[in-house]
Write a protein that binds this ligand. Structure first.
Ligand code: PLP
Length: 374
């Protein structure tokens, strides 16, 4: 029997490896799960919100299919954002909306546009659908203790004229940088669909662009309950967009894309006063962490810190062997951080912001590592 072939564009696909389950890592390191400090997925480090736990434990009717449109959740979000309910769609994580937008608007001859480095899911989902992702490389600029990726905005705008959809994470993952409103204004004036991924906007001092949606036919804003609301494991995201785009996405999505637990948990999370408190705490910890890193940097000078508007901090090292060794050293101690093997990111390591006591441990271990001459 001949081997059954996949569609041709999947022959060279690189799979998107999600994070490893904690119990597997704990077994490998022979330590309890509770001793692992998980800083590799930009997840929320706190215990589940009590309101969410209460909502989940009172779930009934799980034998019935969920509301396909998530109308109760949409009503709350529309009120919160002061926008029309017809501007909202709920999804199985915001990742699903990236996939649906490509499905709905991209022909095989079209391309999407992003810059690099950015969130890997954009190029992965384009690849899965056999679509070309044009990526404009940003330039790395180092100044004193800090590094920053700089986008050539004119080059990007020029490319945008030849693209169908532009994806921009704002704040960007992995560096936490925020492109200016002025630049987005220039982008949305072009005949291209502009998708602003605001997965981390709650941690930023910059304003969300959701309020621009009613004035622009070509602007989509993506949000998620995975980060600030701590529901990554339940997969709830949402999009804010013009009604005609929403209708298209609703018409092609799987009807029951968000399960009952996710819908209820998101509704409960919106009612929790702890969310804002925890965001404030994480921002404080992030700023403390960056200050500590700055002091370490002044002594060792072999790495640079990316200022961050999100719940993680990217470090760029002077050579690729340092992040590799540091990642392995941290891993052996149960500290998980994000290592990159791709050539454009090989000098970098991303560390998510966890509880303060865990970040204290990270700084102590980092100093020990550097003191030991790597
Ligand atoms: C920029 C960005 N957008 C979206 C997501 C995924 O969000 P969700 O869990 O809602 O699919 C991530 C997750 O890391 C991200 O970094």
């Amino acid at each position: 029997m001949p081997k059954i072939k996949t569609v041709e564009h999947l022959n060279s696909i690189e799979s998107y490896d999600g994070v490893k389950p904690l119990d597997a890592i704990a077994a490998e390191l022979n330590i309890p799960v509770s001793k692992i400090i998980k800083l590799d997925g930009n997840e929320n480090p706190y215990d589940p919100l009590p309101e969410v736990l209460a909502a989940l434990s009172s779930l009934k009717n799980i034998g019935h299919y969920p509301d396909p449109l998530c109308l109760n959740l949409i009503e709350l979000l529309a009120k919160k954002e002061n926008l029309d309910a017809n501007n909202f769609i709920i999804s199985s994580g915001s990742d699903e909306l990236i996939e649906l937008l490509i499905k709905a608007y991209i022909n095989p001859s079209n391309s999407i546009l992003s810059f690099s480095p950015t969130f890997g899911m954009i190029s992965f989902l384009a690849q899965v659908q056999g679509i070309k992702n044009i990526s404009v490389s940003q330039q790395l600029l180092k100044k004193e203790s800090f590094a920053r990726y700089i986008l050539d905005e004119d080059q990007f705008l020029d490319e945008a004229k030849r693209s169908k959809i532009v994806f921009i994470a704002r704040p960007n993952n992995p560096d936490g940088n925020v492109v200016s409103e002025k630049f987005i204004k220039r982008l949305v004036s072009l005949p291209v669909l502009v998708v602003i991924d605001e997965a981390y906007v709650e941690f930023s001092d910059f304003q969300s662009l959701a309020k621009w949606v009613p004035q622009h036919e070509n602007l989509v804003v993506l949000r998620t309950f995975s980060k600030a609301y701590g529901l990554g494991g339940l997969r709830v995201g949402y999009g804010i967009m013009p009604n005609d785009i929403r209708k298209v996405l609703v018409s092609i999505k799987q009807p029951y894309n968000v399960n009952i637990a996710g819908q209820r948990a998101a509704i409960a999370a919106l009612s929790s006063p702890l969310v804002d408190q925890r965001i404030k705490e994480m921002k404080k910890t992030r700023d403390w962490f960056i200050n500590q890193l700055k002091m370490v940097q002044k002594q060792y000078k072999n790495f640079w810190i990316h200022p961050s508007e999100a719940c993680y901090v990217l470090l760029t090292f002077e050579s690729p062997d340092i992040p590799k060794k540091l990642y392995t050293n941290f891993y052996s101690k149960g500290i998980l951080v994000r290592y990159y093997s791709s050539s454009d990111m090989i000098n970098n390591l991303r560390i998510s912001i966890g509880l303060k006591e865990n970040m204290v441990k990270v700084i102590a271990e980092f100093k020990l590592f550097l003191k030991g001459g790597n």
